[in-house]
Design a protein around this ligand. Structure first.
Ligand code: ADP
Ligand code: MG
Length: 253
């Protein structure tokens, strides 16, 4: 079943250069869809358009059967709850002045009135924070610390905890492990896969790293210069009919 349908999505920052050029794809409920392509091909722009952080020029974004590309800020409120993003740099994503527990409660407080949590329960602030810390496999004691006291991997787990705290339908993961060392990368990717299954989440997993995308995803889409050039199920990555550009990416990894 399709959760997200993107049709002919187009976005330019400057005249004559399209950062995202007529991109169309579907993302099914429960799946991890991988989006791969080299730096500058438009992946983050696409992500920001989906989150409605960036206005689109044309095309449509349909989530749960609702066209959201032109909704105003008021109309967007229920949508904002359904889609969350995890970015490359967790240090920038967390407020340095807030203790981890206060950052964790932040997203929840914003959407509280519309939320019906299924996997977590909000009996008290402390209990909620503890459930989230456990879900991302961090010791609860870290909740009383500040972001700069945590490692990069721990900070990324906190941003993931914050994203799942409101039980969204879809999480856009924009190079979530690019700033981490190889060991933390593997651990965070493993954690994300477990969370997707346990919490019934869907992911758009964005990376320039084809190996990571291959490890994480059921289906893969490939972008080049703003355009979608290839899409296939993960087990067809090495098939003959792959686009020459995809084959080129395989040669590199
Ligand atoms: P990726 O995430 O794949 O590296 P981006 O979406 O960040 O690609 O960038 C796509 C293109 O859009 C690049 O040419 C980039 O320079 C340009 N771009 C990205 N963000 C902006 C912006 N805020 N203003 C102007 N140009 C931008
Ligand atoms: Mg990017």
């Amino acid at each position: 079943m399709s959760l997200l349908t993107v049709k002919n999505l187009t976005k330019s920052y400057k005249k004559d250069k399209l950062a995202v050029n007529e991109v169309s794809f579907q993302l099914n409920k429960g799946e991890c869809l991988g989006l791969v392509g080299e730096s500058g091909c438009g992946k983050s722009t696409l992500a920001r358009c989906l989150l409605r952080i960036e206005p689109v020029d044309s095309g449509s974004i349909i989530l749960d059967n609702v066209a959201v590309e032109r909704l105003n800020e008021n109309q967007l409120q229920p949508y904002r709850r359904k889609i969350q993003i995890v970015l490359q740099n967790p240090a920038a994503a967390l407020n340095p002045k807030l203790k981890i527990k206060d950052s964790l409660i932040d997203a929840y407080s914003q959407y509280q009135k519309d939320l019906e949590l299924v996997h977590f329960s909000y009996t008290s602030r402390e209990a909620f924070v503890k459930q989230l810390m456990e879900a991302v496999e961090l010791p609860s004691s870290l909740a009383n610390q500040y972001p700069h006291e945590l490692s990069g991997g721990q900070r990324q787990r906190v941003t993931i905890a914050r994203a799942i705290s409101i039980e969204p339908e879809l999480i856009v993961l924009d190079e979530p492990t690019a700033s981490l060392d190889v060991i933390s990368q593997g651990a965070v990717l493993g954690l994300l896969t477990g969370l997707r299954k346990n919490l019934n989440l869907s992911y758009l997993f964005i990376s320039h790293d084809l190996a990571a995308v291959h490890q994480m995803s059921q289906r893969i889409i490939v972008m080049k210069d703003g355009k979608l050039v290839d899409q296939f199920s993960n087990d067809q990555l090495f098939a003959d009919e792959r686009h020459p550009y995809t084959k080129n990416l395989i040669d590199i990894f």
